[in-house]
Design a protein around this ligand. Structure first.
Ligand SMILES: *Cc1c(COP(=O)(O)O)cnc(C)c1O
Ligand SMILES: [Zn+2]
Length: 431
């Protein structure tokens, strides 16, 4: 584990050794960034060494990037935990045309083992938990982080406890229960569940996975950036490789633009960290622009970004997109920086726009939950504000599966007609 050299605080910049702290900065509660020994990694590996790696099973996964992850390889092989990530990137040519851009891709995180982006974080946190011999891993969750933790824990026989708000969508609660985690529904918000989880982990010595608290979640989530980087290298034929790796491309020209939906701000911080790692290694010369998309009813980070401050003021969250419904984002500061430091921005979308995006993605063959479709919904807002340039390639994240929240999906479409089983009845309803 010598590649993992410690942490720095994202607020005060203080450095800590790997064993000195577990969660946040003891001085100011700031989120900790994991620090890797970039010189040692650069000496040992070429980019091609990583991108050509695969699991013994032959399936792509986050473990391909093990030299850049602060854990050892998980023991055993071919469980769902071993096969997180490696998600497909689809081309959306008809949708690109509609937005007047040349390249539009969608990275489909619903293809992860528990059907959301959160598996990336939970796989690395559970691996860490095994390393430090934690008996119990616990998390607060609006649903997906819990399902991911429960699934990854079940995969390797680790005990998990999940606190979720009692309002979590039934499919997500069912997932938690089926994976055999101990599930506790809190009569309160996600934020209430979060605070209770931190207290309980202190009281009982449980290892806490909470988003924007445990520094290893970002380390798992950054693997999505590595996959995007690898994909872009393979686009050399389309002349796009230069976007990330050539000094000769003007900074603002044809840079990849990535759209991410944002609640706590940990996914966007993770994607930013992944590109920063690649930059620190000298493997890319430019970071892509990162654009965060929030629901209008849960826009604390959007507000801070546009007020040009890193002070995050809580909101009373209210949106159909439960996975990004957050009063007080736990990774707000780094989430603001993901946009400021990459020349990106923050946008908001209404619940109606999110539902419309679910239907539009459906027409591309992709089934997204509301928070998953939020990044795509941001394209319309981005176009209105001049953030889409015809030549700049765009990649949109779908962070979660539509099967997670069928009730919301039904609101995005017209109900199907019910007819008598006769030709006459059929003819009456055909246009
Ligand atoms: C968790 C989640 C998000 C937002 O991630 P944050 O780290 O909270 O910003 C977006 N979409 C889905 C489906 C999620 O589960
Ligand atoms: Zn600090």
């Amino acid at each position: 584990m010598d590649k993992f050299t410690g942490y720095t605080c994202s607020i005060c910049g203080h450095s800590y050794g790997p064993d000195e702290v577990t969660y946040t900065c003891p001085k100011d509660g700031g989120n900790l960034d994991v620090v890797l020994d970039y010189d040692a990694i650069r000496k040992k590996y070429q980019p091609g060494d990583l991108t050509s790696r695969s699991n013994p099973q032959g399936f792509p996964s986050i473990w391909r990037y093990l030299p850049l992850l602060p854990v050892s390889a998980p023991a055993g092989e071919a469980t769902p935990l071993h096969l997180v990530g490696g998600t497909p990137i689809y081309s959306l040519p008809r949708q690109a045309k509609k937005f007047g851009i040349k390249h539009l891709w969608l990275k489909d995180e619903s293809r992860n083992p528990t059907a959301s982006f959160k598996d990336r974080a939970s796989a690395v946190v559970v691996t860490r938990a095994r390393e430090i011999k934690a008996e119990v891993v616990v998390t607060a969750s609006t649903g997906n982080a819990g399902a991911a933790l429960a699934g990854m824990a079940a995969a390797v026989g680790q005990k998990a406890i999940i606190f979720a708000p009692r309002s979590a969508p039934p499919a997500k609660v069912a997932q938690l229960l089926v994976f055999g985690a101990q599930v506790i529904l809190v009569d309160g918000s996600y934020d209430d569940a979060f605070d209770l989880t931190v207290k309980a982990s202190q009281e009982f010595g449980w290892y806490c996975r909470n988003t924007g608290y445990n520094p290893f979640t970002v380390e798992g989530k950054k693997s999505a950036a590595f996959e995007i980087w690898e994909f872009m290298q393979n686009q050399a034929g389309a002349g796009l490789r230069a976007n990330l790796s050539s000094e000769t491309v003007p900074v603002n020209a044809q840079r990849l633009v990535i759209f991410v939906s944002v609640g706590d701000g940990n996914i966007i911080s993770g994607i930013h960290k992944g590109f920063k790692d690649l930059h620190a290694l000298g493997w890319i010369s430019h970071l892509p622009r990162i654009i965060g998309v929030q629901a209008e009813g849960s826009a604390a980070i959007f507000n801070a970004f546009h007020a040009k401050t890193e002070t995050i003021t809580p909101v009373q969250a209210n949106t159909i997109a439960d996975s990004i419904s957050v009063d007080f984002p736990r990774d707000g500061i780094r989430a603001v920086r993901a946009a400021t430091e990459t020349g990106g921005t923050y946008l908001t979308v209404s619940d109606a726009q999110i539902l419309k995006a679910i239907a539009e993605l459906g027409q591309a063959g992709v089934f997204a939950e509301p928070a998953g479709a939020t990044a795509y919904a941001g394209l319309t807002a981005a176009q209105a504000q001049g953030w889409l340039e015809p030549d700049a390639p765009v990649l949109v994240m779908n962070t979660g599966s539509g099967l997670k929240d069928v009730r919301a999906a039904m609101q995005a479409v017209q109900p199907a007609p019910i007819i008598e089983p006769t030709l006459e009845a059929l003819k009456r309803i055909l246009p």
